[in-house]
Design a protein around this ligand. Structure first.
Ligand SMILES: C[S@@+](CC[C@H](N)C(=O)[O-])C[C@H]1O[C@@H](n2cnc3c(N)ncnc32)[C@H](O)[C@@H]1O
Length: 332
């Protein structure tokens, strides 16, 4: 693995010192203000926030200024994506219903209606300012339903498939975090970042728990916690990890979790929750602890290091050191 940026090297941080990392670029200043996880500029100045995300991560670059300042309250106020999606299809269906009262011949060409339903729903979705991939989903969804109804499959199988998918992906529509797993080279890179002393480590949304099992086996002196909200994924992780004494897998919502006990917090989420994640980290993590985000930058925050993992998918780990928050020391 290679460390691409490092704002400071600090004694006792075994991971960054003892890894095989190559420090390619050292951030210009090591002044205390700039070493804060969120400098005053990036915390209070919107253009500063934009400048910070205009750097390496294309996914973070797409985040709007509105999303950047999003906190827990704003998340609650947003229209739930499922409601927006049902509204788009509902408006399209109502429009077509009215249209067929004036043009009943349309009912004789059901495929045309289904096609029109998709296009109209996509247009409503665009008017809702939904991301473009939602437009495509709206356009294709009615055709997929129409196609499935033509197949000689017992409807109960659709119900079973729905429940199975729900149990694995749970509320991806709300969390905007699908299930994909960290690979072995990433686990190895993460091992290098663990503190030299015994500590607690958490994986926010631990998936099948594979990453944590790898770490827990390698560091029996540390305690590992995984939080997962999808029922089947959690059950799988808990079952597979039952013989690992220093690893506990809990079912729950990680947004309700205080991150104070953890020396290292790992997250492999998506661009969408990153503004909320960095806000949550600042609120609950302690001084000196490390937030490691796989692939997704935290907008408005300066990573202490960016580590390029030597794997096929070119994984990047963004490391944010919590400094200057005045909340005690790294828990031992
Ligand atoms: C991309 S996967 C990463 C899995 C694992 N951390 C890894 O790196 O292999 C993200 C996981 O987070 C879970 N997740 C998303 N939002 C969550 C939440 N609010 N609380 C708990 N789990 C969540 C998803 O169900 C999914 O399993």
């Amino acid at each position: 693995m290679r460390t691409q940026h490092a704002s400071a090297e600090r004694g006792g941080e075994r991971g960054l010192h003892h890894s095989r990392s190559i420090v390619r670029e050292v951030f210009a200043s090591t002044s205390l203000t700039q070493r804060f996880i969120l400098s005053p500029a990036s915390r209070h100045n919107r253009s500063g926030e934009r400048a910070a995300i205009d750097q390496p991560c294309p996914a973070a670059r797409r985040l709007s200024a509105e999303t950047l300042s999003m906190d827990d309250e704003e998340v609650k106020r947003r229209t739930p994506p499922l409601v927006a999606a049902v509204t788009a299809q509902g408006v399209a269906a109502a429009f077509l219903f009215l249209a067929t009262t004036f043009w009943p011949q349309g009912l004789e060409a059901p495929f045309l209606l289904v096609f029109a339903q998709g296009l109209l729903a996509a247009a409503v979705s665009a008017a809702q300012h939904a991301p473009r991939w939602w437009w495509l989903i709206h356009a294709l969804f009615p055709m997929a339903i129409y196609g499935a109804l033509q197949l000689p499959i017992d409807p109960v199988w659709y119900l079973i498939a729905f429940i199975f998918t729900l149990a694995i992906f749970w509320r991806t529509d709300v969390s905007r975090v699908p299930l994909f797993l960290s690979n072995k080279p990433t686990a190895e890179a993460l091992l290098q970042l663990l503190p030299a002393h015994a500590a607690q480590i958490i994986d926010l949304g631990c998936g099948d728990g594979g990453l944590l099992r790898h770490l827990a086996r390698a560091r029996p002196d540390c305690r590992f916690v995984g939080i997962e909200h999808a029922p089947l994924t959690w059950a799988w992780a808990a079952l597979a990890s039952r013989k690992q004494p220093n690893l506990s897998i809990r079912r729950g919502d990680f947004w309700r979790e205080s991150l104070a006990p953890y020396a290292l917090v790992y997250a492999f989420l998506s661009p969408e929750p990153m503004p909320r994640l960095i806000a949550h980290a600042r609120k609950t993590m302690t001084d000196g602890s490390l937030l490691v985000s796989n692939s997704f930058m935290a907008p408005g925050a300066e990573p202490e290091a960016v580590i390029d993992v030597d794997d096929r998918r070119q994984t990047r780990l963004y490391c944010y050191r919590m400094l200057g928050l005045g909340r005690g020391k790294v828990p031992a």
